[in-house]
Design a binder for this molecule. Structure first.
Ligand code: FA5
Length: 336
C-alpha cells in the first residue's frame, strides 16, 4: 500500500471517529445542523478527503473511495440518531412541563351574589305583585314636564327645591323620583290603573341616610272609589308582611304637591324612626293633567325608598356602605 493511501485511510478513520463523537455530544436540537455541516457539509471535513482521493494512484482509488462512503454513511446515521434522540428528549421535557397533578385541590371560582338592595327590591316587587299591582317603567333621563310640571310642580313652585336635581343639557334631568311613571302610565291608559314602578332615582344628596343614587318603588292605584282607607290598609298590610305584625310603624301627615292629603310612613329600626315612604291621595290637578276626571276617579300613590328598607332589614346604619362595593361588606348578604 502506498504511503499516501495509508495516510488517507488513517485520516478517514480519524474524521469518522471525531464525527461520531461530535454527533453523540450534541445537546441542543438547534446546534445539530451546524455540527453536522462541520463534517459532511460542502466545506466539511470530508471534502479534503475527496480531494486526496483524486490524488491517489488509480488502483488505490476504489478501496479508498469505498472507505470514505462507508465512513460518511456512518456519520450521517449518527447525526440522524442524534436528531431523534434530541427530539425525544424535547418531547419528554414538554410533557413533563405540562404535567397536571390531578390530586391538587381545585381553585375555587368566586361566585357573585345579588346585591342586598336588589334582593330587597325583588322581594318587594314579588309582594306587591301578589297584591295585584302590575309592573310599569319609565326612563331615568326625564324631562321637567314629567318629573315636575305634570306632577303639579310648575317651575316657580318652591317644592322643586325639596329634591336637589341633577340637570342635564337640553332641558333634561336625571329623574329625582319614580313619580313621573305615574303620569306616563295614566297618560297611556284608562282607569282602573294599579301599577308599581321600581327603578333608580338621582338626587344631589349625600349623608348616612341619603345617597345620590337610590331606588324607589312607585305605586299607583286609581279607580272609581279608592279612598284614604285603602291607602292606609294597603301600606300597613304591606309593611306587616315585610316585617311581621309587631314592628312599630307610624303615619305622619306630610306634603307633596302631587298628593292631597299626603303622608309619610316611618318604621322603627330598634333605635329610631326611619322614614321609608311618601304617599297620598293623587291630587285632582294631576288627574286633570293626564285627562282623567277627578269627579269620576280617584286613588292613591306612594313612593318607597328601597335602600332604606334594605338598611332596616339588615341593620345597616350608613347607606354609603351599600354603594362602596367593598366585597367584605357585600359578602355578608349571600343571595337567599
Ligand atoms: C318622593 O320622592 C315622592 N315622589 C314619594 C311619593 C310618591 C309621595 C307618590 C306621594 C305619592 P321623598 O323625597 O320623601 O318622596 O322620597 C321617598 C322615599 O325615598 C323616602 O321616604 C326615603 O325612603 C327615600 N329617599 C329619599 N331620598 C333619599 C336618598 N337621598 N337616599 C336614599 N333614600 C332616599
Amino acid at each position: 500500500m502506498s504511503e499516501a493511501h495509508a495516510r488517507l485511510q488513517a485520516d478517514i478513520d480519524a474524521i469518522r471517529a471525531e464525527a461520531l463523537e461530535a454527533a453523540s455530544a450534541v445537546e441542543r436540537e438547534a446546534d445539530l445542523a451546524t455540527v453536522r455541516a462541520r463534517f459532511v457539509g460542502k466545506k466539511g471535513a470530508f471534502a479534503p478527503l475527496m480531494q486526496a482521493l483524486g490524488r491517489l494512484a488509480p488502483e488505490d482509488r476504489p478501496s479508498a473511495g469505498a472507505r470514505i462512503n462507508v465512513a460518511r454513511d456512518a456519520v450521517e446515521a449518527a447525526f440522524e440518531s442524534a436528531r431523534s434522540r434530541l427530539a425525544e428528549a424535547a418531547l419528554a421535557a414538554a410533557l413533563e412541563r405540562g404535567r397536571v397533578d390531578v390530586t391538587l385541590p381545585g381553585r375555587v371560582v368566586a361566585a357573585g351574589a345579588t346585591h342586598p338592595v336588589q334582593q330587597v327590591l325583588d322581594d318587594l316587587v314579588d309582594l306587591l305583585c301578589a297584591f295585584g299591582f302590575e309592573l310599569a317603567d319609565g326612563p331615568e333621563v326625564e324631562t321637567e314636564t314629567f318629573n315636575f310640571d305634570l306632577l303639579n310642580m310648575p317651575s316657580s313652585h318652591p317644592a322643586r327645591d325639596m329634591q336637589d336635581t341633577f340637570y342635564l343639557e337640553g332641558g333634561l334631568l336625571l329623574r329625582t323620583q319614580t313619580s313621573p311613571v305615574q303620569v306616563r302610565t295614566m297618560q297611556s291608559r284608562q282607569p282602573p290603573v294599579r301599577i308599581i314602578a321600581p327603578g333608580k332615582v338621582f338626587r344631589c344628596d349625600a349623608d348616612t341616610t341619603h345617597s345620590p343614587v337610590f331606588h324607589q318603588i312607585e305605586g299607583l292605584w286609581i279607580d272609581r272609589d279608592v279612598t284614604m282607607a285603602d291607602l292606609k290598609g294597603t301600606l300597613t298590610h304591606f309593611l306587616r308582611m315585610l316585617y311581621g305584625p309587631d314592628r312599630p310603624v307610624r303615619f305622619r301627615p306630610s306634603f307633596f304637591p302631587f298628593t292631597e292629603p299626603s303622608v309619610e310612613l316611618d318604621v322603627w329600626t330598634g333605635s329610631r324612626w326611619m322614614e321609608v315612604l311618601g304617599a297620598g291621595m293623587v291630587h285632582p290637578q294631576v288627574l286633570r293633567n293626564v285627562g282623567y276626571d277627578p269627579d269620576q276617579v280617584q286613588g292613591f300613590a306612594f313612593g318607597l325608598g328601597v335602600d332604606r328598607l334594605a338598611m332596616i332589614r339588615y341593620g345597616i346604619t350608613d347607606i354609603r356602605y351599600l354603594w362602596e362595593n367593598d366585597a367584605r361588606f357585600l359578602r355578608q348578604f349571600p343571595t337567599r
